[in-house]
Design a protein around this ligand. Structure first.
Ligand SMILES: *Cc1c(COP(=O)(O)O)cnc(C)c1O
Length: 394
């Protein structure tokens, strides 16, 4: 094997001359942070998902922090979520001094099992933070129904879910159209559209939106655009503790181009995901991801479950030896040293499916520029590995 990079990476952002040109335009304009490009990107995102408000921030982790703060999460409160997620989901809860309460994921997917939520509720439960993992919508209808009935706010970690859709009340809606209270998105390069780093909060609640805008800029009550455009001297004040969670105009300009590309990127990814499903159909030992009838994933990641006799690490290495880069299943926050302190979280129910998904699933390459032949090549490699192991087992 040569030492070159794998021929097929697991993911790759789609960035082109148009994004480069957009950044150039911003640089030459002289206004480079939280200015007109950010405002335009927010409007475009709000229109795209059909949300009354969209507020841009520095990344999805800061978006989650502000969302939790907005619904009033503070010290000692409990927030029901999954351990089976990128660690930022649980970390954001801890930023508020609150306790992440972990429930398991569904047996046939990678999202929260709504059946487990109610049993995890205590008098200290102040929010449900559900995740649309890998871009696949979770059963939001049921999660929101539980939240409404128990008067518990619902926040969506939609980090991976830009362009994903869900069928609710008879209509296909973009994830981000407010059903829960607040949805949080990421524009990290590992997601379907990227601004380098970046995040967005969508909500129907004007008061939450006002808070996000205050908190993302140090709690300052006058924005730079207002001060800059004023003919009168304005002194700003700082009524609340804030943060620096701003998005730059450089990022937002890239985001506007990316958002215009998003429908095409999603349809290409859906095509490749279909092709994976077709090509892997004849390998009965591999479990390909199911898409519920009420969900349309953007396929931010294509994650398959391996049979017990196919070791995760060996399989990933064997694929890498053939030039195919993969990643293991999604992590579990509660298994990390940062969560070793038992007071840092609570495990509300057995997390068997969460752990099994981390140890027995792998993420296959999927990106918009990927060739159909590459999908077939990956499928053929998996077919070989399975039959080799079957033959070895006799
Ligand atoms: C990527 C990701 C995040 C963090 O997003 P950043 O923009 O990198 O802060 C949070 N939650 C989930 C589920 C993610 O996949």
């Amino acid at each position: 094997m040569n030492s070159a990079l794998p021929q097929i990476p697991v993911a790759k952002p789609f960035l082109d001359e148009e994004e480069a040109e957009a950044v150039r335009r911003v640089i030459l304009s002289g206004w480079v942070t939280q200015g007109p490009e950010v405002a335009a990107f927010e409007q475009q995102f709000a229109d795209f998902v059909d949300a009354p408000h969209a507020c841009a921030v520095s990344n999805c982790t800061t978006a989650l922090h502000l969302a939790l703060k907005a619904v009033g999460i503070g010290a000692g409160d409990e927030v029901i979520t999954v351990s089976h997620s990128f660690i930022a989901t649980a970390n954001a809860i801890r930023y508020c001094g609150a306790v992440p309460v972990f429930v398991d994921i569904e047996v046939d997917g990678f999202n929260i099992d709504p059946e487990l939520i109610e049993a995890a509720v205590t008098p200290r439960t102040k929010a449900i933070l559900c995740v649309h993992q890998l871009g696949m919508p979770c059963d939001l209808g049921r999660v929101v129904e539980i939240g409404r009935r128990l008067s518990i706010p619902v926040i969506e970690d939609a980090a991976c879910a830009s362009g994903s859709e869900i069928l609710l009340e008879g209509h296909w809606r973009k994830i981000g159209k407010p059903h829960g209270d607040i949805a949080c998105f990421s524009f990290h390069p590992r997601k379907v559209v990227t601004t380098g780093d970046g995040g967005m909060l969508t909500t129907a609640n004007a008061d939450y939106d006002r808070k996000f805008r205050l908190w993302r800029q140090h709690g300052m009550d006058v924005t730079d655009t207002v001060r800059h455009g004023s003919r009168q001297v304005i002194y700003e004040s700082y009524p609340e503790l804030g943060y620096n969670y701003r998005m730059t105009d450089l990022q937002a300009a890239v985001g506007r181009v990316q958002l215009a590309r998003l429908p095409a990127l999603v349809s290409k990814r859906r095509h490749l995901a279909d092709l994976y499903r077709e090509s892997l159909r004849d390998i009965p030992w591999l479990e390909t991801p199911a898409e519920p009838a009420w969900a349309r994933s953007n396929w931010q990641s294509y994650c398959i479950k391996l049979p017990p006799w196919l070791d995760q690490r060996n399989t990933m290495q064997a694929l890498l030896d053939r030039g195919i880069s993969t990643r293991r299943g999604i992590m579990n926050a509660h298994r990390e040293v940062a969560y070793a302190d038992k007071a840092s979280h609570r495990v509300a129910a057995k997390l068997g499916h969460s752990v099994a998904a981390q140890e027995g699933a792998i993420i296959l390459p999927l990106f918009a520029q990927m060739m159909e032949d590459d999908v077939l090549f990956v499928a053929a490699a998996l077919r070989d590995l399975c039959s080799d192991r079957q033959a070895a087992a006799g």
